[in-house]
Ligand binder design. Structure first.
Ligand SMILES: [Zn+2]
Length: 476
């Protein structure tokens, strides 16, 4: 099999054929930096980070562009509300963006352009559109003429009549047709502005991505991604502008990630069920957030609730615990991922980046590795086999973006947290374990068993070995 991608514009999974053999050019719409990132941004971020890692794993040389929208109505309004400059607001939120996305272990894209660095390129496209009769000036504004572009609505599967009946006509707007959208907006007093052939002003939102994509990836590129909420009007308008200007469809594969629901309701600020990334990562381990998000295929909606994240954390505990166990037993023995596992994993990635299936392969790997470790402990195992399963675990984990920390470090960190969850300190647990050891030495096996049962009831599992007694807290 080879890579297949669900293309939003055809509504089908299609064989992926890149423009240049072995290379992928990918553009993903970034954030408008007027506020802190929320869990919806985390989903899009992690989804396309996974796509980026998967494409690289599959052997492609990927050029990945993710932009910042740093001039927009929302930025202007928020800066005014807070009585700071747009520049200050933008800087603050770009810094916060990096803190959040780094905390989730997102790989940095190849290019991270800011819209305001591409104003001349935007103006070039606008000039071309005017020259072709696809855009017109009205006062200091320039609008795209939607009815001059016959393919409008192809991505979002809307037709012009339906759009027209739903369009609101604002009386103070100077456009010819209610569906037309702004490419350039005349400056209002106090707003950021740039000189242009149509007077001082600033770009519309959609033209930004058309200009940055074209400048960094070319007139036509392989993949354009973003959240489902961007299909209309943002991506529809991007197609109209770019196709209108260069005469061909700008994007070969459109990819859109699904929404995030909170406790089965649509996440929204007005419902108050709204979480920033940092609120979530203060409560849950960031790699568990990744595991949770990747447990659902990127196109499906995902339900976000504390209980699911707690489950993902215990899943992560087990992954690290087995990795740690194997690491100690292998003592540096190296192996390579078993071919059958590699085939299963590749197949999952090639099926429209099916992270949920990829995670099933990960679970299978961790179970086999743990079983092999059991055998090695009983002197019946095969260290070479364990080493190749361990290599598979690390390789698959790497594409999912986990195992970013040494296992020992992670386990020490979470033992404290797990102990606190069951209302005990690590010291209290260890002192009970010591009492059990003393009881056994004194041959008071009844007392030793009583202590063990007490700990088991609390969810603490003991593992005795010649080196002593190790403990871990089981998933509830
Ligand atoms: Zn965009």
């Amino acid at each position: 099999m080879s890579l297949r991608i669900y293309n939003s514009i055809s509504g089908q999974k299609e064989a992926f054929v890149p423009l240049k053999d072995g290379e992928v050019q990918m553009y993903v719409c970034g954030v408008t930096v007027y506020d802190r990132c929320h869990i919806g941004h985390a989903r899009a971020g992690v989804a396309f980070d996974f796509v980026f890692r998967a494409l690289s794993y599959l052997g492609y040389k990927v050029t990945y562009v993710r932009n910042f929208t740093d001039v927009d109505d929302k930025i202007i309004n928020r800066a005014a509300e807070r009585e700071i400059s747009c520049d200050e607001l933008v800087k603050e939120n770009i810094d916060a963006f990096y803190e959040d996305m780094d905390s989730l272990f997102l790989k940095r894209p190849t290019h991270e352009p800011r819209a305001t660095q591409y104003i001349p390129q935007m103006q070039e496209i606008i000039k071309t559109l005017i020259a072709k009769g696809l855009a017109y000036q009205a006062g200091g504004d320039v609008f795209f003429s939607v009815n001059r572009f016959p393919e409008y609505g192809k991505l979002s599967k809307r037709n012009l009549d339906d759009l027209l009946s739903g369009a609101r006509v604002a009386v103070n707007e100077s456009k010819n047709d209610p569906l037309d959208f702004a490419l350039w907006k005349a400056a209002k007093p106090g707003e950021p502005k740039w000189p242009s052939p149509w007077g001082e002003g600033r770009p519309g939102w959609h033209i930004e991505c058309s200009a940055m994509g074209r400048e960094l990836l070319g007139e036509v590129f392989d993949i354009h991604g973003g959240g489902k909420d961007l299909v209309f009007p943002h991506h529809e308008n991007e197609i109209a502008q770019s196709h209108g200007a260069c005469g061909k469809p700008p994007v070969r594969y459109w990819m859109h990630n699904g929404f995030v629901n909170i406790n089965k309701e649509k996440m929204s600020k007005s419902l108050g069920n709204f979480f920033t990334i940092r609120e979530v990562t203060q409560k849950f381990d960031p790699e568990a957030v990744r595991l949770y998000l990747l447990g659902t295929h990127y196109r499906s909606p995902i339900d976000f609730a504390d209980g699911y994240l707690a489950e993902a954390e215990h899943h992560l505990d087990r992954l690290y615990a087995v990795a740690h166990r194997a690491e100690k037993m292998l003592a540096g023995t190296k192996g390579e991922m078993p071919p059958e596992m590699e085939a299963d994993f590749t197949q999952a990635l090639e099926d429209d980046f099916n992270s949920a299936t990829a995670m099933a392969v990960l679970s299978e790997t961790v179970n086999s590795l743990n079983a092999e470790c059991d055998l090695i402990e009983r002197k019946k195992g095969d260290v070479k086999k364990a080493a190749s399963l361990f290599a598979a675990l690390m390789e698959i984990g790497g594409v999912l973006g986990i195992f970013n920390r040494p296992a020992e470090q992670y386990l020490n960190l979470t033992r404290k947290k797990r102990a606190a969850e069951i209302g005990m300190s690590e010291e209290a647990i260890e002192s009970l374990i010591q009492k059990r050891i003393d009881a056994r030495k004194a041959k008071d096996f009844a007392e030793a068993d009583r202590i063990r049962n007490e700990l088991t009831e609390k969810g603490i599992e003991l593992k005795d070995s010649p080196k002593g007694t190790d403990w871990s807290i089981l998933a509830r």
